[in-house]
Write a protein of this length. Structure first.
Length: 93
């Protein structure tokens, strides 16, 4: 009888605690990915876009103006991504 009671307590703990642990793990993983993406990758891509647009301009490419416009749009998205994400979060919540 004692063994049955112990097993039922363990089963109840697993049923009630497992979803909370799993949700916390997924949420923290997504936050880490978002932090890495917004904090590192997007600004780096924006800077690389400006470098490419500069080389395109220096080499005399006819599409240098388009490259510069696209680099400016990329920089606005890359450096403003954290503000964009927080604005969307405030609209959703």
């Amino acid at each position: 009888m004692k063994k049955y009671k112990f097993e039922s307590i363990i089963t109840l703990l697993v049923i009630f605690l497992a979803p909370a642990l799993c949700f916390a793990s997924v949420e923290s993983s997504l936050m880490a990915i978002q932090g890495k993406l917004v904090g590192t990758i997007l600004p780096l891509a924006a800077i690389l876009g400006f470098i490419f647009a500069g080389f395109s301009y220096i080499s005399g490419s006819p599409s240098a103006r388009t490259h510069l416009i696209l680099a400016c749009i990329g920089a606005a998205v890359g450096f403003g991504a954290s503000s964009i994400v927080s604005m969307i979060r405030s609209l959703v919540n």
